[in-house]
Design a binder for this molecule. Structure first.
Ligand SMILES: Nc1nc(=O)c2c([nH]1)NC[C@@H]1CN(c3ccc(C(=O)N[C@@H](CCC(=O)O)C(=O)O)cc3)C=[N+]21
Length: 293
């Protein structure tokens, strides 16, 4: 492999060390930052993700609140739980683990979250403020996966100013939101957003200094299309049986051969996933800092 690995696990560990100190300072002043999760149903992957978030939050001294409802919970029950967390002064931020069971109105539930407690940073009010606020310092929760991508590059010495970032995929968690951060004056990147309606995707990939692959299509980004030396961040998740072992595992959006061409590569797993969890916690620590000041 010629590419330098952008190690999300190590970078997230450094962020967590900083957060541990910020948590301790808040505790000193009488506020223990509290993070909550809402899990509806018992999907094994969701249980695993939620468990990871609690374990890591507790490891840095946060208070963690784990709320669960059965898979057949009604809209009213979920909304009542949201109202409860909005009113709970010990909960400074929380997430509703997605996806929710199909009978529930996901948008209505997410919009009911108090924007000040939105740990994902994806509440319409927070995204709207990000659209409107191009330059002023940000005082609202930020979308945590996009922030994770940017921190992973910056903390490994990659300067995004003037770079052409090609984003593949228009999902809300990354594709549609990351450009709002990358094009702020303090980062100063240029962004192209591509998606399944893009004609001739390789034409765009070839022009990219940075590729953020978040389409959820296994091995969509091929080595022959990547500019030598480019930074490639693999954010896609496809869960499939491994052809060799037969066991289910995660496949990213980036063909492994890209490692021979790229200058920097954020693998999956071990890249943006751990950064997302670290930035989720940072959103909650920042919410607690604002609440305490
Ligand atoms: N409201 C909401 N917010 C989320 O942030 C959210 C969500 N719902 N639903 C599900 C997805 C998925 N997600 C991941 C977070 C960390 C890893 C992660 O750390 N993965 C490890 C591997 C973990 C393992 O599988 O053992 C890695 O990439 O190295 C993966 C996936 C957050 N999500």
């Amino acid at each position: 492999m010629t590419a330098q690995k952008l190690d999300g696990t190590a970078t997230a560990a450094a962020i967590k060390d900083e957060l541990r100190a910020r948590v301790a300072a808040l505790v000193e002043k009488g506020t223990t930052p509290g993070i909550a999760t809402v899990l509806v149903g018992a999907d094994p992957a969701s249980q695993l993700y939620v468990g990871m978030k609690h374990k890591q939050s507790e490891a840095i001294g946060m208070n963690s609140i784990q709320r669960e409802l059965p898979a057949d919970a009604t809209q009213e029950q979920v909304e009542a739980l949201i109202d409860e967390l909005n009113a709970d002064p010990t909960c400074h931020g929380y997430i509703v683990q997605l996806p929710l069971p199909k009978h529930l109105d996901t948008d209505a539930i997410l919009e009911r979250i108090d924007p000040a407690k939105d740990a994902d940073g994806l509440h319409p009010v927070n995204l709207g403020r990000l659209v409107l606020n191009v330059n002023a310092p940000i005082t609202t929760p930020l979308p945590c996966t996009p922030r994770g991508v940017i921190e992973l590059l910056q903390r490994n010495g990659y300067d995004l100013a003037g770079k052409h970032v090609v984003v593949v995929g228009r999902g809300v968690t990354i594709g549609r939101s990351i450009g709002l951060l990358l094009t702020r004056r303090d980062i100063n990147a240029t962004v192209t957003l591509t998606h399944t309606g893009t004609v001739d995707l390789p034409r765009y990939i070839r022009e990219a200094d940075v590729v953020v692959a978040a389409a959820g299509v296994k091995h969509l980004v091929r080595a022959e299309d990547v500019k030598p030396g480019a930074a490639v961040l693999d954010v896609g998740v496809t869960r499939e049986a491994d052809p060799e072992t037969g066991k289910s595992r995660v496949f990213g959006d980036v063909d492994p051969a890209v490692a021979e061409v790229a200058g920097y590569l954020s693998p999956n797993p071990g890249g943006v996933g751990p950064m997302t969890v670290a930035l989720l916690m940072m959103n909650v620590v920042e919410a607690a800092e604002r609440a305490a000041s």
